[in-house]
Design a binder for this molecule. Sequence first.
Ligand code: ADP
Ligand code: MG
Length: 401
Amino acid sequence: MEINYLEDQFLSKTLFLHEEFLEINYIPDILIHRETELILLSKIFVKLLEDPFLISRKVTIQGEIGIGKTVIAKTFGKMLLMSSEKRNLNIKYIHINCRKEKTPYNILNRIFFHLNCKFSSRGYSVQELITFLEDYLKKSQIYLVLTLDELNYLQFSNFNLIYSLSRLNETNYDRKNFISLIIIVRNLILLGNLDDSTKSTLQGNIISLKKYTKNQIIDILSARIKISIKQDVFSTELIEYIASQIESSGDIRKGLNIIRNSTKIAESKELDKVSKKEIDSALNNIIPNLQFDIIDSLNLHENILLFSILDSIIDFGESKITFVEIKENYGKLCLNLHKTPRKNTQLWIYLQHFANFGLISINTISKNIKGRKSFISINDLPIETMHKKLGNKIRSFNSQM
Ligand SMILES: Nc1ncnc2c1ncn2[C@@H]1O[C@H](COP(=O)(O)OP(=O)(O)O)[C@@H](O)[C@H]1O
Ligand SMILES: [Mg+2]
Protein backbone atom coordinates (compact mmCIF):
# COMPACT_ATOMS: atom_id res chain seq x y z
CA MET A 1 0.00 0.00 0.00
CA GLU A 2 1.47 3.29 -1.13
CA ILE A 3 -0.89 5.76 0.40
CA ASN A 4 -1.32 5.93 4.12
CA TYR A 5 -3.35 8.91 5.25
CA LEU A 6 -2.46 8.16 8.83
CA GLU A 7 1.18 8.91 8.05
CA ASP A 8 0.12 12.13 6.33
CA GLN A 9 -1.76 13.20 9.44
CA PHE A 10 1.18 12.27 11.56
CA LEU A 11 3.49 14.41 9.52
CA SER A 12 1.13 17.35 9.19
CA LYS A 13 2.27 20.37 11.05
CA THR A 14 0.78 21.07 14.40
CA LEU A 15 0.61 24.53 15.87
CA PHE A 16 0.40 23.24 19.42
CA LEU A 17 3.27 22.61 21.77
CA HIS A 18 1.11 21.16 24.51
CA GLU A 19 -2.56 21.23 23.70
CA GLU A 20 -3.34 19.68 27.11
CA PHE A 21 -2.15 22.86 28.85
CA LEU A 22 -5.17 24.63 27.39
CA GLU A 23 -7.53 22.33 29.24
CA ILE A 24 -9.64 24.01 31.86
CA ASN A 25 -8.47 21.70 34.63
CA TYR A 26 -4.83 22.38 34.02
CA ILE A 27 -3.27 24.12 37.00
CA PRO A 28 -0.58 26.62 35.95
CA ASP A 29 2.56 26.76 38.05
CA ILE A 30 2.05 30.42 38.74
CA LEU A 31 -1.29 32.06 39.30
CA ILE A 32 -0.87 35.64 38.25
CA HIS A 33 -3.21 38.38 39.48
CA ARG A 34 -4.65 36.23 42.26
CA GLU A 35 -1.86 36.71 44.77
CA THR A 36 -4.08 38.69 47.15
CA GLU A 37 -6.61 35.88 47.40
CA LEU A 38 -3.95 33.22 47.91
CA ILE A 39 -2.35 35.31 50.65
CA LEU A 40 -5.73 35.79 52.28
CA LEU A 41 -6.37 32.04 52.27
CA SER A 42 -2.91 31.46 53.67
CA LYS A 43 -3.61 33.91 56.53
CA ILE A 44 -6.87 32.17 57.30
CA PHE A 45 -5.32 28.70 57.37
CA VAL A 46 -1.80 29.29 58.70
CA LYS A 47 -2.72 28.23 62.24
CA LEU A 48 -3.55 24.82 60.85
CA LEU A 49 0.15 24.21 60.41
CA GLU A 50 0.86 24.74 64.11
CA ASP A 51 -1.65 22.26 65.43
CA PRO A 52 -4.32 21.31 62.91
CA PHE A 53 -6.63 19.65 65.40
CA LEU A 54 -7.03 22.88 67.35
CA ILE A 55 -8.90 24.81 64.73
CA SER A 56 -11.50 24.59 62.02
CA ARG A 57 -12.00 27.15 59.29
CA LYS A 58 -14.86 27.80 56.93
CA VAL A 59 -14.29 29.89 53.87
CA THR A 60 -16.58 30.73 50.99
CA ILE A 61 -15.15 31.79 47.65
CA GLN A 62 -17.63 33.47 45.37
CA GLY A 63 -17.41 34.91 41.88
CA GLU A 64 -18.63 34.53 38.31
CA ILE A 65 -17.68 31.76 35.89
CA GLY A 66 -14.12 31.38 34.67
CA ILE A 67 -12.47 33.88 36.97
CA GLY A 68 -10.26 31.46 38.83
CA LYS A 69 -12.28 30.14 41.78
CA THR A 70 -11.41 26.49 41.22
CA VAL A 71 -7.81 27.09 40.33
CA ILE A 72 -7.26 29.26 43.42
CA ALA A 73 -8.61 26.57 45.71
CA LYS A 74 -6.57 23.83 44.01
CA THR A 75 -3.39 25.90 44.05
CA PHE A 76 -3.95 26.65 47.69
CA GLY A 77 -4.54 22.93 48.29
CA LYS A 78 -1.15 22.20 46.74
CA MET A 79 0.55 24.80 48.94
CA LEU A 80 -1.16 23.40 52.00
CA LEU A 81 0.02 19.87 51.25
CA MET A 82 3.58 21.03 50.67
CA SER A 83 3.68 22.87 53.98
CA SER A 84 2.01 20.03 55.82
CA GLU A 85 4.43 17.43 54.48
CA LYS A 86 7.32 19.63 55.47
CA ARG A 87 6.07 19.51 59.04
CA ASN A 88 5.02 15.88 59.01
CA LEU A 89 1.41 16.71 59.57
CA ASN A 90 -1.38 14.49 58.40
CA ILE A 91 -3.45 17.04 56.47
CA LYS A 92 -5.41 15.95 53.43
CA TYR A 93 -6.87 18.30 50.82
CA ILE A 94 -9.87 17.00 48.90
CA HIS A 95 -11.58 18.93 46.12
CA ILE A 96 -15.06 17.84 45.11
CA ASN A 97 -17.15 19.22 42.29
CA CYS A 98 -20.85 19.17 43.18
CA ARG A 99 -21.81 19.35 39.53
CA LYS A 100 -20.37 15.86 39.23
CA GLU A 101 -21.30 14.58 42.68
CA LYS A 102 -24.75 16.01 43.14
CA THR A 103 -25.91 14.19 46.26
CA PRO A 104 -24.49 14.01 49.80
CA TYR A 105 -24.19 10.26 49.34
CA ASN A 106 -21.99 10.66 46.25
CA ILE A 107 -19.97 13.41 47.88
CA LEU A 108 -19.23 11.27 50.91
CA ASN A 109 -18.31 8.32 48.74
CA ARG A 110 -15.93 10.51 46.83
CA ILE A 111 -14.33 11.63 50.09
CA PHE A 112 -13.83 8.01 51.16
CA PHE A 113 -12.36 7.25 47.77
CA HIS A 114 -9.83 10.06 48.07
CA LEU A 115 -8.99 9.04 51.62
CA ASN A 116 -8.23 5.63 50.24
CA CYS A 117 -10.71 4.21 52.68
CA LYS A 118 -12.14 1.09 51.16
CA PHE A 119 -15.48 0.04 52.50
CA SER A 120 -18.85 -0.59 51.01
CA SER A 121 -21.13 2.34 51.72
CA ARG A 122 -24.19 0.61 50.32
CA GLY A 123 -27.17 0.56 52.57
CA TYR A 124 -25.90 3.25 54.94
CA SER A 125 -27.73 6.52 55.46
CA VAL A 126 -25.98 9.82 54.90
CA GLN A 127 -25.93 10.45 58.63
CA GLU A 128 -24.31 7.08 59.24
CA LEU A 129 -21.69 7.83 56.60
CA ILE A 130 -20.88 11.13 58.27
CA THR A 131 -20.41 9.36 61.60
CA PHE A 132 -18.23 6.83 59.84
CA LEU A 133 -16.15 9.62 58.32
CA GLU A 134 -15.72 11.19 61.74
CA ASP A 135 -14.57 7.91 63.26
CA TYR A 136 -12.23 7.29 60.39
CA LEU A 137 -10.59 10.72 60.62
CA LYS A 138 -10.21 10.33 64.39
CA LYS A 139 -8.83 6.85 64.23
CA SER A 140 -6.33 7.75 61.52
CA GLN A 141 -5.63 11.18 62.98
CA ILE A 142 -6.25 12.80 59.61
CA TYR A 143 -7.16 16.44 59.27
CA LEU A 144 -9.31 17.08 56.23
CA VAL A 145 -9.53 20.32 54.26
CA LEU A 146 -12.53 19.79 52.04
CA THR A 147 -13.49 21.99 49.11
CA LEU A 148 -17.03 21.72 47.83
CA ASP A 149 -16.88 23.37 44.42
CA GLU A 150 -19.92 24.54 42.43
CA LEU A 151 -22.12 24.12 45.45
CA ASN A 152 -25.05 25.64 43.59
CA TYR A 153 -25.52 22.26 41.89
CA LEU A 154 -26.27 20.57 45.20
CA GLN A 155 -30.02 20.50 45.76
CA PHE A 156 -31.28 22.83 48.49
CA SER A 157 -32.75 19.95 50.43
CA ASN A 158 -29.25 18.55 50.80
CA PHE A 159 -27.63 21.58 52.25
CA ASN A 160 -27.71 20.23 55.79
CA LEU A 161 -24.71 18.17 54.68
CA ILE A 162 -22.60 21.28 55.11
CA TYR A 163 -23.98 21.88 58.54
CA SER A 164 -23.43 18.24 59.51
CA LEU A 165 -19.88 18.30 58.25
CA SER A 166 -19.01 21.46 60.10
CA ARG A 167 -20.66 20.11 63.26
CA LEU A 168 -18.41 17.14 63.12
CA ASN A 169 -15.84 19.16 64.97
CA GLU A 170 -18.07 20.14 67.83
CA THR A 171 -19.66 16.86 68.76
CA ASN A 172 -16.62 14.91 69.78
CA TYR A 173 -15.82 14.77 73.47
CA ASP A 174 -12.19 15.94 73.39
CA ARG A 175 -13.14 18.91 71.25
CA LYS A 176 -10.62 18.17 68.60
CA ASN A 177 -11.21 19.40 65.08
CA PHE A 178 -10.93 17.23 62.04
CA ILE A 179 -12.26 19.23 59.18
CA SER A 180 -12.18 22.64 57.51
CA LEU A 181 -14.40 23.63 54.63
CA ILE A 182 -13.86 25.72 51.54
CA ILE A 183 -17.10 26.35 49.71
CA ILE A 184 -17.19 27.67 46.15
CA VAL A 185 -20.29 29.28 44.67
CA ARG A 186 -21.03 31.70 41.88
CA ASN A 187 -23.00 33.88 44.21
CA LEU A 188 -24.16 33.23 47.74
CA ILE A 189 -27.48 34.86 46.92
CA LEU A 190 -28.11 32.15 44.33
CA LEU A 191 -28.29 29.62 47.10
CA GLY A 192 -31.68 31.00 48.12
CA ASN A 193 -33.25 30.56 51.51
CA LEU A 194 -30.75 28.73 53.59
CA ASP A 195 -31.49 27.82 57.14
CA ASP A 196 -29.67 29.93 59.71
CA SER A 197 -27.13 27.33 60.72
CA THR A 198 -25.98 26.66 57.16
CA LYS A 199 -25.97 30.38 56.47
CA SER A 200 -23.71 31.10 59.39
CA THR A 201 -21.39 28.31 58.24
CA LEU A 202 -21.11 29.81 54.80
CA GLN A 203 -20.86 33.42 55.82
CA GLY A 204 -17.80 33.11 58.01
CA ASN A 205 -15.01 34.20 55.73
CA ILE A 206 -16.13 35.28 52.31
CA ILE A 207 -13.65 35.86 49.53
CA SER A 208 -15.36 37.61 46.63
CA LEU A 209 -13.41 37.46 43.43
CA LYS A 210 -13.49 40.43 41.14
CA LYS A 211 -13.49 40.03 37.41
CA TYR A 212 -10.11 40.36 35.73
CA THR A 213 -9.42 43.57 33.89
CA LYS A 214 -8.64 43.49 30.19
CA ASN A 215 -4.91 43.82 30.86
CA GLN A 216 -4.98 41.03 33.39
CA ILE A 217 -6.81 38.83 30.88
CA ILE A 218 -4.10 39.59 28.34
CA ASP A 219 -1.39 38.58 30.84
CA ILE A 220 -3.13 35.34 31.77
CA LEU A 221 -3.91 34.30 28.21
CA SER A 222 -0.42 35.22 26.98
CA ALA A 223 1.19 33.08 29.69
CA ARG A 224 -0.99 30.15 28.73
CA ILE A 225 -0.37 30.55 25.01
CA LYS A 226 3.35 30.63 25.65
CA ILE A 227 3.39 27.16 27.16
CA SER A 228 0.81 25.52 24.94
CA ILE A 229 1.23 26.94 21.43
CA LYS A 230 4.19 27.47 19.15
CA GLN A 231 5.81 30.86 19.02
CA ASP A 232 4.35 33.53 16.72
CA VAL A 233 1.07 31.68 16.07
CA PHE A 234 -0.76 34.35 18.08
CA SER A 235 0.29 37.95 17.66
CA THR A 236 0.03 40.42 20.53
CA GLU A 237 -2.79 42.24 18.72
CA LEU A 238 -4.71 39.00 18.35
CA ILE A 239 -4.46 38.25 22.07
CA GLU A 240 -5.74 41.76 22.72
CA TYR A 241 -8.63 41.08 20.38
CA ILE A 242 -9.54 37.88 22.26
CA ALA A 243 -9.29 39.76 25.54
CA SER A 244 -11.67 42.42 24.26
CA GLN A 245 -14.14 39.69 23.32
CA ILE A 246 -14.23 38.26 26.82
CA GLU A 247 -13.71 41.44 28.78
CA SER A 248 -17.36 41.86 29.73
CA SER A 249 -17.64 38.43 31.31
CA GLY A 250 -13.99 38.15 32.37
CA ASP A 251 -14.35 34.45 31.65
CA ILE A 252 -10.87 32.96 31.13
CA ARG A 253 -12.38 29.58 30.29
CA LYS A 254 -14.00 31.12 27.27
CA GLY A 255 -10.69 32.69 26.29
CA LEU A 256 -8.94 29.32 26.50
CA ASN A 257 -11.64 27.68 24.38
CA ILE A 258 -11.32 30.38 21.76
CA ILE A 259 -7.54 29.90 21.67
CA ARG A 260 -7.78 26.15 21.34
CA ASN A 261 -10.56 26.10 18.76
CA SER A 262 -9.15 28.86 16.60
CA THR A 263 -5.78 27.11 16.55
CA LYS A 264 -7.48 23.91 15.41
CA ILE A 265 -9.31 25.81 12.69
CA ALA A 266 -6.02 27.36 11.54
CA GLU A 267 -4.43 23.91 11.54
CA SER A 268 -7.20 22.47 9.43
CA LYS A 269 -6.64 25.28 6.92
CA GLU A 270 -2.92 24.51 7.05
CA LEU A 271 -2.06 28.03 8.15
CA ASP A 272 0.93 28.76 10.26
CA LYS A 273 -0.68 31.63 12.13
CA VAL A 274 -4.09 32.28 13.65
CA SER A 275 -5.89 35.37 12.38
CA LYS A 276 -8.99 37.33 13.40
CA LYS A 277 -11.01 35.22 10.99
CA GLU A 278 -10.32 31.97 12.87
CA ILE A 279 -11.03 33.69 16.17
CA ASP A 280 -14.40 34.84 14.86
CA SER A 281 -15.39 31.40 13.65
CA ALA A 282 -14.31 29.88 16.95
CA LEU A 283 -16.42 32.49 18.76
CA ASN A 284 -19.50 31.58 16.74
CA ASN A 285 -19.29 27.93 17.70
CA ILE A 286 -18.66 28.25 21.39
CA ILE A 287 -21.38 27.37 23.84
CA PRO A 288 -21.34 29.92 26.68
CA ASN A 289 -19.89 28.33 29.81
CA LEU A 290 -22.97 28.55 31.96
CA GLN A 291 -25.01 26.65 29.37
CA PHE A 292 -22.09 24.33 28.72
CA ASP A 293 -21.99 23.34 32.39
CA ILE A 294 -25.74 22.80 32.47
CA ILE A 295 -25.53 20.54 29.43
CA ASP A 296 -22.70 18.68 31.08
CA SER A 297 -24.79 18.00 34.16
CA LEU A 298 -27.91 16.64 32.40
CA ASN A 299 -29.08 13.11 33.14
CA LEU A 300 -29.75 10.66 30.31
CA HIS A 301 -33.40 11.57 29.75
CA GLU A 302 -32.81 15.31 29.96
CA ASN A 303 -30.06 14.75 27.46
CA ILE A 304 -32.28 12.83 25.07
CA LEU A 305 -35.02 15.43 25.41
CA LEU A 306 -32.77 18.39 24.66
CA PHE A 307 -31.19 16.47 21.82
CA SER A 308 -34.65 15.83 20.34
CA ILE A 309 -35.47 19.54 20.49
CA LEU A 310 -32.28 20.44 18.65
CA ASP A 311 -32.72 17.58 16.27
CA SER A 312 -36.26 18.64 15.36
CA ILE A 313 -35.22 22.26 14.94
CA ILE A 314 -32.37 21.30 12.61
CA ASP A 315 -34.55 18.78 10.80
CA PHE A 316 -37.56 21.07 10.29
CA GLY A 317 -35.43 24.11 9.62
CA GLU A 318 -37.72 26.13 11.88
CA SER A 319 -36.85 28.24 14.83
CA LYS A 320 -39.59 26.92 17.12
CA ILE A 321 -41.42 23.66 17.50
CA THR A 322 -44.35 22.36 19.50
CA PHE A 323 -44.30 20.10 22.50
CA VAL A 324 -46.09 17.40 20.50
CA GLU A 325 -43.35 17.40 17.87
CA ILE A 326 -40.62 17.22 20.48
CA LYS A 327 -42.37 14.42 22.29
CA GLU A 328 -42.68 12.40 19.14
CA ASN A 329 -38.99 12.75 18.33
CA TYR A 330 -38.06 12.04 21.95
CA GLY A 331 -40.21 8.90 21.91
CA LYS A 332 -38.50 7.64 18.77
CA LEU A 333 -35.06 8.23 20.21
CA CYS A 334 -35.97 6.41 23.43
CA LEU A 335 -37.18 3.49 21.38
CA ASN A 336 -33.89 3.35 19.46
CA LEU A 337 -31.96 3.48 22.68
CA HIS A 338 -34.20 0.87 24.36
CA LYS A 339 -35.26 3.27 27.07
CA THR A 340 -38.73 3.77 28.51
CA PRO A 341 -39.83 7.34 27.72
CA ARG A 342 -40.66 9.61 30.65
CA LYS A 343 -44.23 10.81 31.12
CA ASN A 344 -45.49 14.24 30.02
CA THR A 345 -45.39 15.77 33.49
CA GLN A 346 -41.74 14.80 33.90
CA LEU A 347 -40.90 16.12 30.43
CA TRP A 348 -42.43 19.47 31.35
CA ILE A 349 -40.30 19.60 34.49
CA TYR A 350 -37.23 19.04 32.34
CA LEU A 351 -38.30 21.74 29.89
CA GLN A 352 -38.82 24.16 32.75
CA HIS A 353 -35.33 23.32 34.00
CA PHE A 354 -33.87 24.07 30.54
CA ALA A 355 -35.78 27.35 30.44
CA ASN A 356 -34.59 28.35 33.93
CA PHE A 357 -31.01 28.00 32.78
CA GLY A 358 -31.58 29.97 29.61
CA LEU A 359 -31.20 27.09 27.18
CA ILE A 360 -34.70 27.34 25.72
CA SER A 361 -37.72 29.63 25.72
CA ILE A 362 -41.23 28.36 26.13
CA ASN A 363 -44.02 30.36 24.59
CA THR A 364 -47.55 29.35 25.41
CA ILE A 365 -50.48 30.73 23.46
CA SER A 366 -54.12 30.15 24.20
CA LYS A 367 -55.54 28.92 20.97
CA ASN A 368 -59.23 28.45 21.59
CA ILE A 369 -61.48 26.71 24.05
CA LYS A 370 -59.74 23.49 23.20
CA GLY A 371 -56.66 24.58 24.99
CA ARG A 372 -53.25 26.02 24.75
CA LYS A 373 -50.33 25.36 22.54
CA SER A 374 -46.71 25.69 23.58
CA PHE A 375 -43.84 26.54 21.30
CA ILE A 376 -40.31 25.79 22.30
CA SER A 377 -37.30 27.56 20.84
CA ILE A 378 -33.58 27.41 21.49
CA ASN A 379 -32.08 30.61 22.81
CA ASP A 380 -29.25 32.35 21.11
CA LEU A 381 -26.84 29.39 21.24
CA PRO A 382 -24.85 27.45 18.63
CA ILE A 383 -27.35 24.75 17.74
CA GLU A 384 -25.10 22.51 15.64
CA THR A 385 -22.34 22.47 18.26
CA MET A 386 -24.82 21.62 21.01
CA HIS A 387 -26.42 18.93 18.87
CA LYS A 388 -23.05 17.30 18.31
CA LYS A 389 -22.08 17.49 21.95
CA LEU A 390 -25.34 15.98 23.17
CA GLY A 391 -25.19 13.25 20.53
CA ASN A 392 -21.74 12.28 21.77
CA LYS A 393 -22.92 12.33 25.35
CA ILE A 394 -25.87 10.06 24.63
CA ARG A 395 -23.53 7.65 22.89
CA SER A 396 -21.19 7.62 25.86
CA PHE A 397 -24.12 7.10 28.29
CA ASN A 398 -25.20 4.21 26.16
CA SER A 399 -21.79 2.59 25.97
CA GLN A 400 -21.51 2.71 29.76
CA MET A 401 -24.65 0.60 30.13
N1 ADP B 1 -4.97 34.08 37.60
C1 ADP B 1 -4.88 33.08 36.75
N2 ADP B 1 -3.69 32.72 36.24
C2 ADP B 1 -3.60 31.69 35.37
N3 ADP B 1 -4.66 30.97 34.97
C3 ADP B 1 -5.88 31.30 35.42
C4 ADP B 1 -6.05 32.36 36.34
N4 ADP B 1 -7.36 32.48 36.63
C5 ADP B 1 -7.99 31.53 35.93
N5 ADP B 1 -7.11 30.82 35.20
C6 ADP B 1 -7.42 29.72 34.31
O1 ADP B 1 -8.70 29.97 33.74
C7 ADP B 1 -9.49 28.81 33.71
C8 ADP B 1 -10.77 29.05 34.49
O2 ADP B 1 -10.49 29.15 35.86
P1 ADP B 1 -11.36 28.37 36.94
O3 ADP B 1 -10.62 28.36 38.21
O4 ADP B 1 -11.78 27.05 36.39
O5 ADP B 1 -12.61 29.35 37.01
P2 ADP B 1 -13.95 29.22 37.86
O6 ADP B 1 -13.77 28.08 38.82
O7 ADP B 1 -14.08 30.55 38.53
O8 ADP B 1 -15.05 28.96 36.88
C9 ADP B 1 -8.65 27.69 34.28
O9 ADP B 1 -8.09 26.94 33.23
C10 ADP B 1 -7.57 28.42 35.06
O10 ADP B 1 -6.38 27.68 35.04
MG1 MG C 1 -14.83 26.29 38.85
